[in-house]
Design a binder for this molecule. Sequence first.
Ligand code: BES
Ligand code: MN
Ligand code: ZN
Length: 458
Amino acid sequence: MHPAFTTATDAIPITFVAKSTLESLLTGLPATERQFAKASAFTGKPGQYLGLPDGKGSLSNVLFGIEDADDEWRDLFRPGLLPGNLPAGIYRFANTPHDARLATLAFALGSYRFSRYRKNDATSAQLVPPDGVDMHEITRMAEAATMARDLINTPANDMGPDELAEAAKALADKFGARYSCVVGDDLIAKNFPLIHAVGRASTRAPRLIDFTWGNPSHPKVTLVGKGVCFDTGGLDLKPSSGMLIMKKDMGGAATVLALAHMIMDAKLKVRLRVLIPAVENAVAGNAFRPLDIFPSRKGITVEIGNTDAEGRLVLADALALADEEKPDLLVDLGTLTGAARVALGPDLPPFYTNDDRLAADVDRCARSENDPLWRMPLWPPYDSWLESKIANLNNAPSGAFAGSVTCALFLQRFVEHAKSWLHVDIYGWTPTARPARPEGGECQAARAIYKLLSTRYG
Ligand code: BES
Ligand code: MN
Ligand code: ZN
């Protein structure tokens, strides 16, 4: 089980309270507890927390405010605030929150702290899992999120293309997957010109990570993740404000690894392939330049409108490779555009697909897993914006409109044979802490897609 959980028998009850249940719950409490709650002005406001003392002054009960059941926007992850507020100890749910499974998951996600560079400063509150919740499923989801968050939060000096490849190999080895990696100038020899072009200016060699797992006769599911370990913007250098959190630009790769962890741990009936182009978009004399033109794996020539639109370039070659074996489902994830944040903000990544059945499944799973995603269109009329005057494609249309859509349209050019394709433009980061989502690296879309896959191939 995940370390946020334990199976002790003696646990302090946590009582969930909404405005409409406050009076009846208080009435049911012992007199001293009830009086203490009233004296403390506990109103059951969502997120409000109150520890109640017993007659001897020790903690006998915890009240925690949640939204009313009919509140359409109730935050099912609100119990994720508990581990950050509770004193060290062992707790249990005394009554059922809105969704016991998501509340249990939120407890684990909310107890995450990034502790690679200093001691974990969180208290260690542990939860006795409520009855009827599948703790194998919760544990694999929480472990996957922890892995992705740790990878994203690790700064670029300790998380370059090499270290990212090591992390992928460790995961592949753990589940007996077949691992390989194409490094440096071999990318040219093996025909990955765009991955090489983006990564060649860094002292840390670019590479394409590739691992395969599962029964070859099962449906082929291929995951591709953007692994830009640091994005300076290249010669089209980002301003310092824009560059600040670009250690997170391998968020797609981290998320794909998290998803692969869940798939392999649950032994889903798929033949899984994971592809991660891992590069650093750096500045040096040999950096790729604006208006350079490169061939791509697929043969399409690409003119560089902007060296900061590097994510779609490395994904293009990886998608072309993935597409060659005609997967049943091809999924790519990456922190691709600032425009996606302008449209939907940091917490609601847009997804793109032409497969309406897949879109409906993604939407349903995103909701059921509280892993929000929002469909945006692969709008054909904007396809012409990608035209170059002297090459087949330009990687960055000059206008400032619909940047996430045009990025998706660019990627679509490299997918031809896959039966179904899903692209998600994630943010990979929580700018200010929210329940179950501590500030910093975040694993977005992995649980929703895992749920979709486990429904189809479980
Ligand atoms: N990694 C960035 C996208 C990004 C920026 C994600 C900030 C989240 C926060 C990506 O490589 C990039 O720089 N995209 C450019 C594309 C543009 C040059 C066409 C962008 O969004 O500005
Ligand atoms: Mn960029
Ligand atoms: Zn980038």
